[in-house]
Design a protein. Sequence first.
Length: 208
Amino acid sequence: MIPKKKLIEVALPLEAINKAAAREKSIRHGHPSTLHLWWARRPLAAARAVIFAQMVDDPSAHPELLPTEKEQEKERQRLFGVIEELVKWENTTNEKVIQKARDEIWQSWRYTCAENADHPRAKELFNRHKLPAFHDPFAGVGALPLEPQRLGLESYASDLNPVAVLINKAMIEIPPKFAGMPPVNLDAQQQKKQMDKSWKGAQGRGED
């Protein structure tokens, strides 16, 4: 395998990540922490930033495209801008912001696939049409498995604690199965105005 230096190995916009992570502590509506209090909850903003930065190449990994340090730093700052928008709580469900991050991940992954096309297991390990899967074997409340899924990766989680397993099912297994569907509970069904609107993502399950 031909390794490429990733953004996380060089630098991160830590101030923006820390600010977003601190703000999460005061979020009560729509945050996974409202499912169950967990003693080692990871900030979603930090998890999202870390996953993105370990999937995206650092500009210095592409001297053929960015030959000078000045050009590389300019591109690095652009990627920082993507992260700074990505970690904001109000952008958690902003499809435009999230898609921009997904596009950066796909671009780096396709570079990797192209450079490893001669690998003996290239079809299995370097499929340019499928991102690598993510697995957290000690998932806890599921912050880490949730964010790769948001960024387009197939996500797997496991834990010995049955409460943790239940929370992970509620966050990363069940919602995708019913994405875009309206709620099924009678109260929501009786509110015709609500039923007339489109239900994006897990909004319907949120009503349930």
